[in-house]
Design a protein around this ligand. Structure first.
Ligand code: FA5
Length: 404
């Protein structure tokens, strides 16, 4: 009799239920089968079914049993039962259809083979059709459950993506570039890794010149025999590179990063930014230089600011000056920022030293010009009263937001 755990090879459905549990479920299911299905354990001869009508009647019983069980399964809607149900009917080794093939079809006398085959195919088609229908329904249910889960809630607030803003140093760069572009200057960029020749020698700073002490820097490891390289200490090497390539008139500014072996503090960084300026032509005078400097400072710091020039020294300008402005915080009256002097130092500048023209094959007798080097961090500090240069590089949004 089918329904005995030993006789029926169970668990041939490939499911993942633990075997002992699976056996219990199927055994329970099979032993509760009512009488008609037990007939599939016997041959047609044993069942005394010798005519087409008797065979068809047997198949009607089986089909009814399938339909009843399917209706019950549907009602219970239990996924474990579902698995057992299909194993019971379609299981390869011991499903009902296999049993009918083995016990009814194969041993049937030749005159009944045709009707048994027809009825079996029809039953198979019916069961398959129900199974397909059930699979489609399960998939649809899973899909709609998933889409319910994944449905977007349009009432939720959107994800806010705040816009960034330009860094204060970038704003200073853009402001200074705007001012000099309006005077007919062009913007050029140069390498941050330089040779000592461009960074020092061609700027009239020979190897043992004391001016090198203020500009100690970082040297690169270079293959033996290759020219040594250093991180440029100022943007002035671009004066030389530009004049080497270009005949006058020259009017350029050079924004960029520079490096020095300076200890970081409120006014120093080991990396900072400069903007170099250079104007060379046949008739440039100190007055042009003075006018340009004054125009720039007023545009940058405001119309009320006055400038003054103090004598200074750079090996590549002669005469050299420091450009000072009246203190923007006290309007020249004297305060803590300007140390009560009423003036603040802005940048170094001067007329190009004729010795420099010698390095670029310019005719020093016919040409003249001026140059300046702006410290971008310090100018930004002065413009916005920032007391610590390190704030630029700490990426603290509370600081950066003030410039948005
Ligand atoms: C120079 O670098 C000259 N090349 C400037 C120049 C160009 C003079 C053309 C004449 C003609 P100086 O070493 O003073 O000069 O640096 C220029 C500016 O860079 C300073 O005024 C200051 O604003 C800024 N600076 C210098 N060192 C540092 C540092 N460690 N951190 C931040 N800013 C610095």
């Amino acid at each position: 009799m089918w329904g005995h755990g030993n006789a029926v090879p169970l668990h041939d459905c490939g499911c993942t239920i633990q075997r002992s549990v699976h056996v219990q479920i199927v055994t329970h299911f099979l032993t509760t089968m009512p009488e008609p299905l037990q007939k599939i354990e016997r041959t047609l001869q044993q069942l005394e079914a010798g005519t087409n009508e008797q065979v068809s009647a047997l198949f009607v019983e089986v089909r009814k049993k399938f339909n009843d069980q399917e209706a019950l399964r549907r009602k219970e809607n239990n996924p474990t039962n579902l698995l057992v149900f299909w194993t019971t009917w379609l299981g390869r080794k011991s499903g009902v259809l296999t049993k009918i093939t083995e016990n009814w079809l194969k041993p049937s006398p030749p005159d009944l083979k045709r009707i048994v085959g027809q009825e079996l195919n029809s039953l198979k088609a019916h069961i398959e059709a129900v199974r397909l229908e059930q699979t489609a329904a399960t998939e649809m249910a899973a899909e709609s459950a998933a889409s319910l889960r994944e449905r977007e809630d349009l009432s939720l607030p959107g994800v806010a993506r705040p816009l960034g803003s330009r860094h204060p140093l970038r704003q200073t760069f853009e402001e200074i570039e705007r001012i000099f572009l309006s005077l007919g200057y062009s913007v050029v960029a140069g390498p941050e890794m330089e040779t000592p020749y461009y960074n020092f020698e061609a700027l009239n700073i020979p190897e043992h010149h004391p001016a090198r002490d203020n500009m100690d820097t970082f040297y690169m490891a270079a293959p033996s025999g290759a020219a040594p390289l250093l991180l440029r200490t100022h943007t002035s090497p671009m004066q030389i590179r530009t004049m080497e390539k270009q005949q006058p008139p020259v009017r350029i500014i050079v924004p960029g990063k520079v490096y020095r072996r300076d200890n970081p503090d409120a006014t120093h960084g080991f990396m900072f930014h400069q903007i170099e300026g250079l104007a060379v032509d046949t008739d440039i005078t100190f007055c042009d230089f003075r006018g340009t400097v004054e125009y720039f400072v007023r545009e940058f710091l405001g119309p009320k600011v006055k400038t003054r020039l103090r004598p200074s020294y750079f090996p590549f300008t002669e005469p050299s000056v420091e450009v000072d402005a009246t203190c923007v915080f006290c309007a020249g009256k004297g305060c803590n920022v300007c140390k009560q002097s009423g003036w603040i130092e802005l940048f170094g500048a001067g007329m190009v030293d004729p010795a420099v023209y010698g390095f670029v094959n310019y005719d020093a007798k016919k040409l003249s010009g001026f140059a300046f080097g702006l410290g971008v961090e310090r100018l930004t500090q002065l413009k916005y009263n920032i007391n610590d240069l390190q704030l630029y590089f700490q990426n603290d949004v509370r600081f950066l937001r003030q410039f948005a």
